[in-house]
Design a protein around this ligand. Structure first.
Ligand code: AMP
Length: 189
């Protein structure tokens, strides 16, 4: 789960994080996240723990103080760098979801999304589009498809959902295509 180190401007963002935590813990699905105790990261972790859910934090040593590492998570992994954080989060996760967040959240989500494009993993990627926050991103990706910088199949690899229940249902239903590197036949299109 990738999400902002800030709470954002609207209460809907934290409310959606709490609702997603409720659905996930009800389904017995744990969360792997950046390990912070602040912003939406903290709201998500707190809500998971309140519901008795499992939470794994992965935080670089240099951010332990800045992002006020959460003290109560089930499992906290302190790593040496941002690169290690992303690699370990990717390894531990069965699906990738971005809640609203800033450039850190976008960077993390887009990295794993590009790995899906390359066939490096076959795990679903999704945006939880709370209060229309990601409308602009979804519209931009559609623009990239029209301008033929992004393939339809690759666009379809990123789910965009407004409702946490529907999102978890779609993640559960996800069946990966056989992992064929998508860039191999790019010349043919
Ligand atoms: P933000 O969405 O900007 O509030 O950041 C959310 C999280 O992403 C924070 O935990 C940041 O530490 C993290 N983050 C920011 N940049 C990177 C990066 N390049 N690699 C990994 N995590 C990052």
């Amino acid at each position: 789960m990738f999400c902002g180190a800030s709470p954002g401007a609207r209460p809907e963002y934290a409310e959606a994080a709490c609702e997603l935590a409720r659905v996930l813990s009800h389904e017995g699905i744990g969360v792997v996240y950046g390990g912070g105790g602040v912003g939406l990261m903290g709201a998500l972790a707190d809500a998971m723990l309140e519901q008795g859910g499992e939470v794994t934090g992965v935080i670089p040593r240099a951010l332990v103080d800045r992002e006020i590492a959460h003290r109560g998570v089930t499992d906290m992994r302190v790593v040496a760098s941002m690169h290690e954080r992303k690699a370990l989060m990717a390894e531990l996760s069965g699906a990738f979801v971005a809640l609203p967040g800033g450039i850190g959240t976008l960077e993390e989500l887009f990295e794993v999304y590009t790995w899906a494009q390359l066939g490096l993993h076959a795990k679903p990627c999704a945006l939880l589009n709370v209060a229309g926050y990601y409308d602009g991103v979804a519209a931009f990706l559609d623009h990239a498809v029209r301008e033929r910088f992004l393939r339809d199949e690759t666009r379809a690899l990123l789910m965009v959902e407004t409702d946490p229940d529907a999102l978890v249902e779609r993640l559960r239903a996800f069946r990966p295509e056989p992992a064929v590197p998508k860039w191999i036949d790019r010349e043919e299109t």
